[in-house]
Design a protein around this ligand. Sequence first.
Ligand code: FDA
Length: 308
Amino acid sequence: MLRQPLLLLARSTKVKDLVSTMPVSSGIVNRFVPGETTDAAVTATHDLIESGLHVTLDFLGEDTLDREQADQTVAAYLDLLSSLSERGLARNAEVSVKLSAIGQALPDEGEKVALENARTICHAARNAGTTVTLDMEDHTTTDSTLGILRELRKDFPETGAVLQAYLRRTEADCRDLAYEGSRVRLCKGAYKEPESVAFQDRAEVDKSYVRCLKVLMAGQGYPMVASHDPRMIDIAGALATRYNRTQGSYEYQMLFGIRPDEQQRLAESGEKVRVYLPYGGEWYGYLMRRMAERPSNLRFFLRSLVSK
Ligand code: FDA
């Protein structure tokens, strides 16, 4: 019941300004976002890798309408990639990028700016010895993001993308992207979407997730199973067996702070597991989406606000 209002609040600049004064160190923020700085992110990455996990890092930010801010985000990724490389972590850690944080939402030339900026990040990632995966935002950006993916893959074929099972179009997108060399991170989807484009019922979303997973596991690409749902994880394992995939020819992915014991359990059973690690000061929209997924998190969040 709370999901829709929380997703609306995720885009409210007024509430954002009010809440964002809270330090990242406060309980609930810190559970999902380990720090604001490159150093904090790299230290958390080091610890996860030490415990047998892989990592993908997201410098938080989205819906940027300011060219300078987009450029600062690119600079933050370059700084991050050089730190990962210096610390010898780039083999096990890649980066995730929201195109709206690097210019996609700018009026007029947004798409062009985002493509140029994404190219710069892909270049730095390749020099560091790692890869980039494009996050997927609300449905109005899907065509643009997949278009930018196609352009990037001409020079950087290692670039991956996220697809969201709640969108009615996604099974077809999975078919398009299930080719050799392609990397697809399949998630359920975290934005408020209209019925015309997205399944609203959780059971329908789960069924779509399984259909999409089948396409990806049967295909020639590299499926990245991004879910904490025990049923989706079991089904992914069964499909991997059905399609004769060996461990490491696909991977599981979960968000930092969610089901860490399960992340560890899967890794210890020989599976490749990657943790999505967000960092930076722009944590508001990300945190609100985590509240919407599990409104019981809201209690802890409100408590952190009151004790601010
Ligand atoms: P579901 O929501 O059914 O949750 C299953 C179980 O997981 C819950 O019962 C609970 O135990 C646990 N859980 C889930 N969310 C929790 C939370 N917030 N707090 C505590 N426990 C929780 N979305 C998007 O639209 N675009 C994107 O680019 C990405 N990228 C992305 C990357 C990765 C690596 C992951 C794992 C997820 C994303 N997402 C995303 C988010 C995704 O769309 C989805 O909203 C969440 O993963 C929750 O869906 P589940 O598949 O986990 O199932």
